[in-house]
Every structure is written in C-alpha cells, then in structure tokens.
Design a protein around this ligand. Structure first.
Ligand code: APR
Length: 311
C-alpha cells in the first residue's frame, strides 16, 4: 500500500493533504496533529468530497503515530508561526523542539521514509530533521525552491502577459534574504528572460519574489501563505512516490556541487524514489554562482544557532 503522511493539520498541512488526496496518487494520506480531533474532523470532511471530486485516496486523521507506520513519504509542517514579541531565536527554539519530537516519532514508525520538511525556519529545520532522523541525507530535503520559483513565474507572467504555463523561472539558494534568482536559466515562451524584460524590471520582480511570503502575510494579518506552498510540497511528494526523477528546485544536502558542501541549500535536483537522486549543476553566471556561495555561508551561520539550543 502506498502512503504519504503529513504532520501538522494546520493550513499548510491540511491543504497539502487535500491536494495529495485529490491527485489520487497513493492509497492513503495520513494527517496528524497535536490537537485532538482536528485531523479527524478535516479527514472526514475531505473524504466526504470524494464522490464529487472523483478521487479515491482515503485520508486518515489521527493523533497516534502508530497510524503513520510504513509511510513512503512524510511531510513535516508542524510548527508555530512567529507571534508578536517573539524573537527569531524564540521561534527557532519553539519550532526546533516540535520538529525534533515529531521527527523522532516519524522514524520510529517509518524508518525507510523520505522526509520533506516545510516548517520554518526552513534551512535549520531541514538540517535538524536530518540529524535527528539519522536517515541518509538524500532522504531528507526541504521545500522552498519550487515555491519561490513559482512565485517568480507568477510575477513574470503578470508583467509580460505571457502564459503562466510557458514560463520557466528558477530560484536557488535559501528561502528568504539569500534567495538566488537565476535569470540566466529563466525562459519566457522559449526566450531568455533577459530578452523579454529589462534588467531593472527583472530586479524589481526578484525583490518582490524574495519578499513573496511577507507580502501575503501583510494582507492576511494572521497566518501565512499556504495555497502555493502546499502545491509545492505536494508536488515534491508526488515526484518521490511516482519516481519521476524530475529536476526540481529543492533544499538539498550539498556534497561538493558548485564547490559547496556540508550544508542544506536550494539547488536543482532530480527527485524520485529515495528522495534526492542527484543534484544537477546547471551553468551559472559568475554573479549567480557568487550568490549561491554567499547563501551557503549565510545558511551555515544560521544553522550554527541550532547548537546554542538546549533541545
Ligand atoms: N505535533 C504535531 N502537530 C503540531 C505540533 C506537534 N508537536 N505542534 C504544533 N502542531 C500543529 C498545530 O497544532 C497546527 O495545527 O502544527 C499546525 C500548524 O498549523 P498553522 O498554525 O496553521 O501553520 P501553517 O500555516 O500550517 O504553517 C506551518 O509551515 O510555512 C511554514 O512558517 C510556516 O512553520 C510554519 C509551518
């Protein structure tokens, strides 16, 4: 039986579950949360939509990790959003405590799973999940690149009027300030992005992409984005269960690619059975390569903060 588990039945988790169920690509999607009744209620609701949507995948809502046993893929969304008055370190400590405890439970019941981490701060949480799980690093990776690339593509489409499905947009590096957009690999209806938009306009769109999450938070006031993020996480899980081997931007463990190692960084990788199958090194301009190297340094510094926590 094929099975995907999503940890956390909040906005991100439940929307990811809904997408996976409606795609009908596995027998079962398990959703779990610390709040009793929440995953059960949402699962019942999604299951009752099946006659209308036409899908068969069953969603199991539970507070018991035993129900997650033998999952092929586990997506970790559990965590708290940053609250007023909370410092970055406070948030790091809260979410690190949550991610550590859920990862321990996950691998206890699914020792052969592939883990996809989406909880923020993404780079630290992916590193922590990899360390705590003891899984090989290619089986643990994080979601950020598809989302950032997808936001970038949306902004390019808005600006150019080009069909959204005819845009290839690429961002690498880290989620946030050290995100590295890669205009040299971006195409609009087959043409290089630089032939379609002037450098100033590209810079503006890059800046908007970098702050893409914050723009949505400012509208929502409470909570953060989840439609595009859940599409990205579900897509990664699909690539694994279908063993697609598709090249997608993910937060992957670097082992010397682009001269960078021992850090989780956003790069393009072939994703399929077993997780990250190969990091693909596309040619970058000097400026883009320098941006990626800077992002690696910034992520390493952030990850060092994990060592200061008493978990
Ligand atoms: N085990 C399981 N679930 C937990 C735990 C835990 N130890 N701690 C918290 N949760 C659950 C909460 O009960 C809540 O239902 O995680 C869920 C988080 O949901 P939301 O607050 O709606 O947050 P969401 O928008 O889903 O974002 C989740 O993804 O994008 C990131 O920054 C975001 O880190 C955040 C995560």
């Amino acid at each position: 039986m094929s099975k995907i588990t999503v940890i956390g039945a909040g906005k991100y988790g439940s929307t990811t579950v809904q997408r996976l169920a409606e795609w009908d690509i596995v027998d079962e999607v398990v959703m779990t949360d610390i709040v009793e009744g929440l995953p059960q209620g949402l699962a019942l609701d999604i299951n009752q939509s099946r006659p209308v949507t036409g899908h068969r995948t069953l969603v199991v809502g539970t507070n018991d990790y035993a129900d997650t046993a033998q999952s092929d893929v586990v997506i970790i969304t559990a965590g708290l959003p940053r609250k007023p008055g909370m410092s970055r370190m406070d948030l790091l400590e809260v979410n690190a405590t949550i991610v550590k405890s859920v990862t321990e439970e996950v691998v206890r019941y699914s020792p052969d799973a592939v883990l996809i981490v989406v909880t923020n701060p993404l780079d630290q949480m992916t590193t922590l999940a990899a360390e705590v799980s003891g899984l090989p690093r290619d089986r643990v990776f994080g979601q950020a690149g598809i989302l950032d690339s997808s936001r970038f593509a949306h902004f390019i489409s808005e600006k150019t009027g080009a069909d959204i499905q005819a845009i290839d947009a690429v961002t690498l590096g880290s989620h946030g300030e050290t995100m590295v957009p890669v205009p040299s690999l971006c195409k609009v209806e087959g043409k290089p992005l630089g032939d379609v938009l002037d450098p100033g306009t590209i810079d503006d769109l890059v800046e908007r992409t970098r702050k893409g999450g914050a723009e949505i938070v400012a509208f929502l006031k409470t909570g953060s984005a989840y439609y595009a993020p859940s599409a990205a996480a579900a897509y990664m899980a699909k690539a694994v269960v279908q063993d697609s081997g598709e090249e997608i931007p993910v937060c992957a463990w670097m082992t010397g690619e682009y001269g960078i190692e021992n850090v989780y960084l956003g790069v393009i990788a072939k994703v399929g059975a077993g997780g990250v199958q190969e990091i693909v090194q596309h040619p970058l301009t000097d400026e883009e390569a320098a941006g990626l190297a800077e992002a690696a340094v910034a992520v390493k510094e952030k990850v060092a903060d994990l060592g200061e926590l008493d978990l």
